[in-house]
Design a binder for this molecule. Sequence first.
Ligand code: TRP
Length: 446
Amino acid sequence: MDKKITFGSHFGTIAAVGGSVIGLGNIWRFPYLVGSSGGSAFLIVYILCSLLIAVPIMMSELLLGRHTRSNPFGAFRKLSEYKIWSMVGLLGIITVFCIFAFYSVVAGWAISFFKTAIFEGFTGHSSQEISSNFKQYINTGWQPSLAALIFIVLTAGVVIGGIKKGIERINKILMPVLLVIIVGLFIYSFSLDGFSQAMNFLLQPDFSKIGINTIFAAFGQAFFSMSLGMGAMIAYGAYVRPETSIPRLTLTIALADLTIALLAGFAIFPGVFTYGIEPTSGPTLIFETLPLVFSMMPAGNFIGIIFFFLVFIAAITSSVSMLEPIVQFVMQELNATRAKAVVFISTLIGIAAVLCAYSQVENSSLIVFGENIFDFLNDATAKFSMPIGAFLIVIFTGWVVQKDIVYKQITNDGRHSNSLYFYYRMLLRYFIPAVLGVFILTTLFN
Ligand code: TRP
């Protein structure tokens, strides 16, 4: 691969990395977890996790990528003589693949709902109708499969265009649109009666609700939302320009990710409370509960169209960054052209996505460890692959990679202040491995 390929501008870098982290994680996963894991109690743990754990991990991934200018597998291979470390990169690539499979199914739902919002609208349907429509849709198997395949083809179309003309360009256009839509929806939700109830739900901490499950859910969500533990940020780090400050970039991105998740929560829960619906429905929250809200809300059809368009944008700016590490790997390690790599990988992802979609059909036999494939991939990646991947990345950067490589990347050759470097290194070498170690052991023994 040409070593000189980088993002073209500072804004382009922020848009691309922001596009990766801001996604269904913020608009689909965060709200349903807040809803089902105790509201603000979850939020507090989540914020702590993001700042103390996710931020240093993201810095580590970006620096590994920028230093080696390699895909996740190649980055480890170049930095250690022990080949076993490159398995961490490979594990990451497999994890991204699995996430992409179920992610594209959810993104496909958004495409289908967008279509429904435009052609049929939500108003005039009873709550039973709306929820049974969603179940019928899932049970066809082929409809969600087709929608997921359309989504994968669109993603492939972007990634085939390369870094500057494909990935960076689409993010520079779509991320501002996403911001405008979400702020707009947030302002609209002010006008709903349920707004103050939503405020309490999200912001009034109830410490008695913080239990082991809340903590686990918050960890998994922090990794998922910041695209961590699978080398996706190593892949994007390879395109970060030499003059970019990695700590500054990471903090900007972390704050943006948190802000958008909160805005999504504030855009969604007021409607849920206004119409007296329980916020605890889980993964189908925005697809089963929200259409009901739209069916009752003034201008609900229009809001529905905008909302599902938002979900689609959030999804595609993330999915391009799931395809890229795998494509980068195939290009660099197997010497394929970009176009061939994209077509090959997208075909495999397409097959996996169809399996996920069909596993959700009622009485489907596509079951792994007692869960359908979709739920299995969603849970197993959050519980195991991401934390374990992140743990190994942290150990590698903190204890294996030469100290001055890390120092140079974090401070840009000593040009930026190094007080941050000190805290970063302490967290990286001691705090994070300890916390993640406990986390992983507890999960394994549960
Ligand atoms: N962060 C993305 C979101 O919030 C999801 C995600 C998880 C992701 N892992 C990734 C995106 C890897 C890109 C690459 O929706």
